[in-house]
Write a new protein. Sequence first.
Length: 326
Amino acid sequence: DWSTRGILDEQVSRIREQIGDSRVICGLSGGVDSAVAAALVQRAVGDQLTCVFVDHGLLREGEAEQVERDFVAATGVNLYVANEQERFLSALAGVTDPEQKRKIIGREFIRAFEEAERQIIAQAAAEGETIRFLVQGTLYPDVVESGGGEGAANIKSHHNVGGLPEDLKFELVEPLRALFKDEVRAVGAELGLPPEIVGRQPFPGPGLGIRIVGEVTGERLDLLRKADAIARAELTAAGLDDEVWQMPVVLLADVRSVGVQGDGRTYGHPIVLRPVSSEDAMTADWSRLPFELLARISNRITNEVDGVNRVVLDVTSKPPGTIEWE
Ligand code: XMP
């Protein structure tokens, strides 16, 4: 519509003005924000942009492919991929505290990103160019919740804001800083990004790392990825994607309960479904999903995911609960 086109045109000309003919890099997280920010910058300055995707192994099923294949196909962007799954797993070994996990993931992310940066800087130097700018997909609610807004409290240390190294050598380009999520999606659609990318639920930077209550291991990640993929597929099949802001699927890895499956007693982990409705993630209500859908998700997860013998529903609004469990 006209207002989306207006935002797009305004941002594209602002980006051009800011960047000029310099080189710029952008990290892709797998989320809609960085995808739209990158696509906007690509629209504005084309091949002056190089995107970096640090695959930390904490994404949901199919999401790395979505970045590496679908996003590149839609935008034609230059992409540098760093496969860092092992690095994050070893850094997270033995860690259970949520803020500690965020700090470690944020720290390793910066290190991995800087290593990728050095490669790209060297490549540009070989062509007689320097990288002057860095794109960030920061939204208005991120700014407010991280204490960047007027008098707002720092609720959780979102690593996509304020987690940058002190000696930051780039000037920031933040084309989404004044926008709410629905505006970002509209701009992405206007830019021709595929619906799977534009319609993607908001997903935290630390990814599945903060959806495992307990230590993060490769095995637990695989388990959670399966449960999450089932829940998402069923939500989509029920045609309810638009009713739900996001639906974290959480593994309570430190909790076990007794169950019975086949002819045996089991002692497995619960999976929590946390579907919420929200305008901007600042407040949220739990989504009243149809019982038949909940039953289908529960049956499929307990039947198909080894080690899970119970599915529970989170019926807490925000406040007092946050959307994520960690
Ligand atoms: P909470 O759990 O604070 O989440 O109600 C609000 C919104 O922020 C997302 N979230 C994060 N995003 N890094 C991010 O980039 C984080 O550490 C983080 N923690 C929460 C969450 O998914 C929800 O959309």
